[in-house]
Write a protein that binds this ligand. Structure first.
Ligand SMILES: Nc1ncnc2c1ncn2[C@@H]1O[C@H](COP(=O)(O)OP(=O)(O)OP(=O)(O)O)[C@@H](O)[C@H]1O
Ligand SMILES: [Mg+2]
Length: 181
C-alpha cells in the first residue's frame, strides 16, 4: 500500500499525505475527476482554485495531473514565464496561471486576467497571493507543503462549490486508494 494515506479532516480543511510523486499524480487525477463531475455548475459560475506553497512544492505537478485526467495529452508547461497557459476541455476553458512574477499591486488588475474568470472557466492559480488582490474569488484553496521525502496537500473550501469540489476529490481519492491496495 505504498503512498496510501487516509485524509485527515477537520471542519475547515482536509489534508492529503503524498508520500511520493505518484501520490501527487493520483490526487491531481482525483481533483480532475471532481472537476469533470461538477462541469455543470462550473459551466454556470466557474471555479477558481488557488495553489500556494514554496518553489518546488508540487503546484504544477498537481495541475498537470488534473489536466491529464481531463484528457489533455500534450505538453503541460509551467506558466512561470508565460503567466498563463490555456487548455480547452470539452465545454470548459482551463486557465493555468502563475502569478510568481507579479510584484506590484495593480499588476493583476492591469493584466486583464480577471476577465477570464466566470462561467465555463476553471482557473488554477499558482502563487495567488502575489496578485495582491484581496477580492480574488477563490473557491478552493490548496496549500502544498514540502514534508521530505514527500508532500502534504491541504484543501480549504471557501465557497459551496469549493466544498463540493473538495468532497468529490476526497471521494475519488479514497476510491483510487482502494484500487491501488
Ligand atoms: N509527493 C511528492 N513527493 C516528492 N516529490 C514530489 C511530490 N510531488 C511532486 N514532487 C516533485 O516536486 C517537484 C515539484 O515541482 P513543481 O514544478 O510542480 O513545483 P511548483 O510548486 O509548481 O514550483 P514553482 O513555485 O517553482 O512553480 C517535482 O520535482 C516533482 O517531481
Ligand atoms: Mg509551478
Amino acid at each position: 500500500m505504498a503512498g496510501a494515506s487516509v485524509p485527515f479532516s477537520s471542519e475547515h480543511f482536509t489534508q492529503f499525505s503524498l508520500a511520493n510523486e505518484a501520490a501527487t499524480a493520483r490526487l491531481g487525477a482525483a481533483l480532475g475527476r471532481a472537476i469533470g463531475t461538477l462541469s455543470e455548475p462550473i459551466s454556470s459560475v466557474g471555479l477558481v482554485i488557488g495553489l500556494s506553497g514554496e518553489l518546488g512544492a508540487g503546484k504544477t505537478a498537481l495541475v498537470r495531473a488534473v489536466l491529464r485526467r481531463l484528457g489533455v495529452s500534450g505538453p503541460v508547461k509551467s506558466p512561470t514565464f508565460s503567466l498563463l497557459e490555456l487548455y480547452s476541455i470539452s465545454r470548459l476553458n482551463f486557465y493555468h496561471f502563475d502569478f510568481y512574477r507579479f510584484s506590484e499591486p495593480g499588476e493583476f488588475a492591469a493584466s486583464g486576467f480577471r476577465d477570464f474568470f466566470g462561467p465555463g472557466a476553471v482557473c488554477a492559480i499558482e502563487w495567488p497571493e502575489r496578485a495582491q488582490a484581496p477580492g480574488l474569488p477563490i473557491d478552493l484553496r490548496i496549500e502544498l507543503q514540502i514534508n521530505e521525502p514527500g508532500r502534504n496537500a491541504i484543501f480549504d473550501a471557501l465557497t459551496q462549490l469549493g466544498q463540493e469540489c473538495l468532497q468529490e476529490t476526497d471521494r475519488a481519492w479514497r476510491t483510487s486508494q482502494d484500487e491501488t491496495c
